[in-house]
Design a protein around this ligand. Structure first.
Ligand SMILES: [Zn+2]
Length: 138
């Protein structure tokens, strides 16, 4: 990860609830300590806090805007919309520089997050058909 990317990670985490940041950092350390996991990709935070305007824009995806539905929450309703944020989203940086939202990798990281803090809820465990696998909240 470049210095600029590390700075962005720190800025995103600075806007997230300390309990969730702590769980993420414990999970990340465990991931980075496992060469088999590290060979598959490096977790990073794509988003922590987001304002109501950005939430409303995301809500249009799969409705008035093209693409799949990415959220059922309007501006102000998401745990991402409080400051500090009660949620963060994770993706993986692959060795070739691509970004991955692999359900397998997210499931493996979710196990580490839940082991780090039992209060963490994973979007992949949400009831119903909509699984938000990149999403973690407290
Ligand atoms: Zn999320």
């Amino acid at each position: 990860m470049t210095v600029a990317q590390r700075v962005r990670q720190a800025e995103r985490l600075a806007q997230v609830r300390p309990a969730l940041v702590e769980a993420y950092q414990v999970a990340l350390r465990r991931w980075m300590g496992d060469p088999v996991l590290m060979a598959q990709g490096l977790p990073f935070v794509t988003e922590g806090y987001r304002g109501a305007g950005r939430q409303d824009e995301l809500y249009t995806h799969g409705r008035s805007a093209p693409g799949p539905i990415v959220t059922y929450k309007r501006g102000g309703e998401s745990k991402h919309n409080s400051l500090p944020s009660r949620a963060l989203d994770v993706a993986f940086m692959l060795a070739d520089g691509e970004v991955s939202w692999s359900p397998t990798l997210l499931g493996k990281f979710a196990r580490l997050m839940k082991a780090a803090d039992a209060r963490v809820r994973w979007g992949g465990d949400f009831p119903g058909d909509f699984k938000d696998r990149p999403h973690f909240e407290v």
